[in-house]
Design a binder for this molecule. Structure first.
Ligand code: BGC
Length: 350
């Protein structure tokens, strides 16, 4: 069978290889892969700046955004052949810490978690993969190929869950939401903001291609100027670029009682001068909340599926702008103009 693998830490070592067995645990569900989504984390792994191979191995099979069809399901697993599934990415740490012990592995407090296709476990980017039933999520077949968006949708569902929590515990009545970045995470964050009835503004650099239309179809406004021009004093900001200056601007721009959720994983190595005192003063005097959000637990996958089902089908499908066949999978990691979500297609939906 074919698999997409890298040598972690070595730039451009990504190859389509022949492997003997489906990556994943020996028992569990056997899943025929339909598609794998490619994201910024994969780009970092391919560039050699991220990714850890399983212990004792040199190569890592990548792929953490998955969609497949169950081919074999153990009795009592709750799944049956033909079910569409996505694999949950993170596995709890072995201790486990108090969060992992409660199934909140996305909040792992000792950092010893593992992640399929990212950290110490092979991913899902192979002709077939296996997954423990307790780490498989049933994907409604009506999502079709957009079921591959369940994992990125889970990431924004978690971010919004935490924002909802802050809002609900306080006297806040937010109305204006700023999303920085109109990539898949930004657009899905905008979708969940629009579904909550907020006035949503999305900032991105590009002036052409599918992004402006995808934002407008949500009833949101698309901006290309700057953070403050897009939505000065936003009540809620979801920073989805990881771009250094945009991140600083997003924090500095937040309004009174503002909530800023950072979701983009930056590279590091960017140094600039900022007036820390002025930023601190405005965060303190405004009661701002600035927090980071990563990964997702099972409840977030379910909330992500719910949001995707409620989205317009044409909009959902429009997020997938490029589908690369497995044999030329290495092309998927070089971004092209007009890309939103690129997927690697392993098999056709029946
Ligand atoms: C994945 C998350 C993962 C994070 C850090 C993201 O791209 O979607 O599941 O936790 O990378 O590794």
């Amino acid at each position: 069978m074919k698999a997409i693998a890298v040598e972690p830490g070595v730039a451009d070592s990504v190859r389509v290889e022949d492997v003997e067995t489906a990556p994943g645990p020996d028992d569990g569900l056997l899943v025929r892969t339909l598609a794998i989504g490619v994201c910024g984390t994969d780009a970092g792994i391919v560039a050699g700046s991220d990714g850890v191979a399983p212990p004792g191995e040199d190569r890592l099979i990548i792929g953490h955004e998955s969609l497949g069809v169950v081919e074999r399901a153990p009795d009592g697993s709750g799944f049956a052949p033909g079910d569409h599934v996505a694999g949950i990415v993170r596995r709890p740490d072995p201790v486990p810490c108090p969060c992992c012990a409660r199934g909140e592995w996305d909040m792992c407090s000792n950092g010893r978690y593992r992640e399929r296709g990212i950290k110490a476990l092979h991913g899902f980017a192979a002709t077939s993969f296996t997954v423990e039933p307790e780490f498989a999520v049933r994907v409604p077949p009506e999502l079709g190929v957009t079921g591959v968006l369940v994992e990125p949708a889970s990431i924004v569902a978690k971010a919004w869950r935490r924002i909802d929590d802050f809002v609900g515990r306080n006297c806040l009545e937010p109305s204006r939401v700023l999303v920085t970045g109109a990539g898949p995470i930004g657009l899905l964050a905008a979708l969940l903001g629009a579904q909550r009835g907020f006035e949503v503004h999305v900032l991105d650099r590009v002036t052409s291609g599918p992004k402006p239309g995808l934002v407008e179809q949500l009833g949101a406004r698309y901006h290309t100027t700057g953070v403050a021009d897009a939505c000065e004093g936003a009540d809620i900001t979801l920073e989805c670029t990881g771009a250094d200056q945009v991140t600083i601007d997003a924090i500095a721009n937040s309004g009174r009682n503002g909530i800023v959720c950072l979701t983009g994983v930056s590279e590091g190595g960017y140094a600039t001068e900022v007036d820390v005192g002025a930023i601190n003063r405005s965060i303190v005097l405004d009661n701002d909340i600035v927090f980071g959000s990563v990964n997702a637990n099972r409840s977030d996958y379910e909330a992500g599926i719910d949001a995707l089902l409620r989205a317009d089908e044409t909009w959902r499908t429009g997020l997938i702008t490029r589908s690369v066949p497995i044999d030329s999978a290495t092309d998927a990691f070089t971004s092209q103009d007009g890309d939103v979500k690129t997927i690697v297609a392993f098999d056709e939906l029946e």
